[in-house]
Design a protein around this ligand. Sequence first.
Ligand SMILES: NC(=O)c1ccc[n+]([C@@H]2O[C@H](COP(=O)([O-])OP(=O)(O)OC[C@H]3O[C@@H](n4cnc5c(N)ncnc54)[C@H](OP(=O)(O)O)[C@@H]3O)[C@@H](O)[C@H]2O)c1
Length: 436
Amino acid sequence: MKVLLTGATGYIGSAVSEHLAAAGHRVVALIRGAEPRPGRGWHAQVVGDTADPASLAGAVTPEIDAVIHLAPPSGDVDVDTAVVDALATPLRGTGRPFVYTSGVWVLGATGEAQEVGEETPTDPIDIVGYRPRIEERVLAEVAEGVRAVVVRPGIVYGRGGGIPALLVDRARRQGVPEYYGDEDVRWPTVHVDDLAELFVAAVERAEAGTVWHGVGESAVAVRDLARAAGRAAGVLAAPQVVTVEQAAEVFGPLFADALALDQSVSGAAARAVLGWQPSGPGAVAELAWGSYRPVEVFGAPDGTDAEAEVTAIRRLVAEVEHAQQNELVDRFLSVFRREDPVWTTGHGKRLSGFEEIAAFTRKVLPGAMTESTAVYDVERVLFLRPDVAAVNVRQQPVRQDGTRITDRPEGRPFYILVKEDGTWRVGAAQNTVVAG
Ligand SMILES: NC(=O)c1ccc[n+]([C@@H]2O[C@H](COP(=O)([O-])OP(=O)(O)OC[C@H]3O[C@@H](n4cnc5c(N)ncnc54)[C@H](OP(=O)(O)O)[C@@H]3O)[C@@H](O)[C@H]2O)c1
């Protein structure tokens, strides 16, 4: 399909462009400003401004098979209604899809109810006050022969962006991770690449008049997201709750209310009906170990997806941490290659070969984490060859609640990783305590 995409340069739109192209569609990006813009996965671009609905008049040509409207609302209900008119009217009587992007904030606080579905009446918070009216306007196009569909994403994360990036930034600036409202606030979340797949599914096969929640995890405790954001920012302190009033001074009252909104929203319908299969890492894992933490990368091999390799390496190191923290001997051992691995511990004990490493781990790991444990963060990856990487890691001692133990030294593990049969494993490892 030839798909006109508004908001194509944005956080979600960039991912949607790539996934549409990967699925064989041709993306026509609607951009504002006359200068051509670079965009991965774009087939063509047209100029238009959603603040000026008249500028959209010629955007939906007869060759456009579908429209995905991702550009954010203007703040003026009449303007946004006119944008829908301009984009949907040329599709009338054709049965072509028009996918409108709303958001789960139109549902308001979901209270005690578990996993609210698409049938739940809207009760928008002020920041999205008139958005349900735009949804209705979009869905009214069904009567005019448009395959009108609404997607409501949860809080989008991944690729180091979205609202979670703000949590990381605040933790870095304040020196303590923050979350808003009260202790028990939960956000429905979705990985940006999973969400992009939902847009592909919606444009390809959602029935006219349907609404879909783009939600991978229905209710993630924001306190946990804040702790993980602190981790990404290198701030190992207990998260602090910030009142809505305090948050309003920083973000303004409307966004502060949104940050403090407690929701539990189901994305089950899209899975069951559209066959949507979200597969990205969870929001907490992505924040703590994924794209929100900068890694220096050297010697990235040509022709390979270096980002994917670094992600796989980060996951391996996250596995080291998880196995160690939870005293999981077999999982810890699974990170080593079988053939002649070597591990020199932080105390200078050299273990040669898998059996020696296994015997030592079985002896020391069980019971070792009762009072303290450690977190491991990848800081530098040097690809010596496409399948061999030298990895510098920072190891920090923490209490069981994740807060830093300040009177204990850090470690600087160094791993030589080898990729065999598509999986990175530790070939050699050495830890060194940072003295002084
Ligand atoms: N991020 C989330 O967690 C989330 C959750 C639920 C719903 N949503 C909704 O998803 C949509 C996209 O969000 P996002 O996070 O991807 O936003 P974003 O990163 O801010 O991107 C906004 C996109 O819209 C374009 N745009 C803005 N004003 C425009 C105008 N007047 N005319 C034409 N294009 C314009 C921007 O183009 P420029 O490059 O020219 O600025 C950019 O491509 C929004 O409707 C948002 O409300 C987002």
